[in-house]
Design a protein around this ligand. Structure first.
Ligand code: HPA
Length: 237
């Protein structure tokens, strides 16, 4: 099985033939959409819930990833809305993510390896994003921006201009609130994982003084493009 994990702007997957399903895990219950018919090899997981009711710092990331594993998922693509810090990925553009910086501060349940019966393991993050799966996305859509460094904040508040300036100095191209936690748990769980970033605004202080978001119509267009792309790449593998 293959999974698409969506978030802001991608809380539903129109066009996916699926059944809403509740999966129980040791970390809690997860509601997701299991594909049927032509989409029987796909699962769609809206990370904030299908009503977008869970903020980034309260998402049950461990339950989400464990639910996918229990359905037999071995490969997944996460889709992340971001704010642009550098010109690499501008608002309205889509790209693959090549690495991340985690500034969430450690308050999240961000690992499966909590000691005792859950073991102590230090998983390599050399290759968080699976090179072959990432390359397949880039081959399928040459208009994608290749690579980019994602800075993951705790949220749900947006950043100050000074924070964004500091993340730029650290090497970040864009900022969001979910990818580092989700991707590292996916790697801990042994999934092959790739990620798409799509920019919906310039980050605080980058262009002018107000953070302005792209419109809903554009977000819908980007959602269609990304879900088509992910579906094509995952169902062919
Ligand atoms: N900051 C953090 N997360 C985001 C942003 C932002 O500017 N835009 C979309 N997700």
């Amino acid at each position: 099985m293959k999974a698409i994990i969506g978030g802001t702007g991608v809380d539903t997957l129109p066009g996916l033939q699926s059944e809403k399903t509740m999966v129980a895990t040791q970390y809690g219950d997860v509601e997701l959409f299991v594909g049927t018919g032509k989409d029987a090899s796909l699962v769609f997981l809206p990370r904030h819930g299908s009503e977008h009711s869970v903020p980034p710092h309260l998402i049950n990331y461990r339950a989400n990833i464990k639910a996918l594993v229990s359905l037999g998922v071995d490969e997944a693509i996460g889709i992340y809305a971001v704010g642009s810090i550098t010109d690499l990925l501008k608002p309205e553009q889509i790209g693959t993510i090549s690495d991340f910086i985690d500034v969430t501060g450690g308050g999240r349940q961000h690992t499966f390896f909590t000691g005792g019966s859950e073991q102590v393991r230090h998983v390599s993050m050399d290759r968080v994003f699976d090179p072959a799966l990432t390359e397949a996305l880039l081959q399928e859509d040459p208009s994608l921006v290749r690579g980019g460094i994602y800075c993951c904040t705790n949220g749900p508040r947006l950043e100050t201009p000074a924070e964004i300036r500091s993340y730029r100095i650290l090497g970040a191209d864009y900022v969001g609130m979910t990818c580092a936690t989700e991707a590292s748990l996916a790697v801990e769980a042994g999934l092959r994982f790739a990620a798409l970033a799509y920019s919906i605004n310039w980050a605080a202080g980058v262009e002018g003084s107000e953070v302005a978001f792209i419109g809903d119509a554009m977000i819908k267009q980007l959602r269609s493009k990304m879900t088509r792309l992910c579906t094509q790449v995952l169902t062919r593998r």
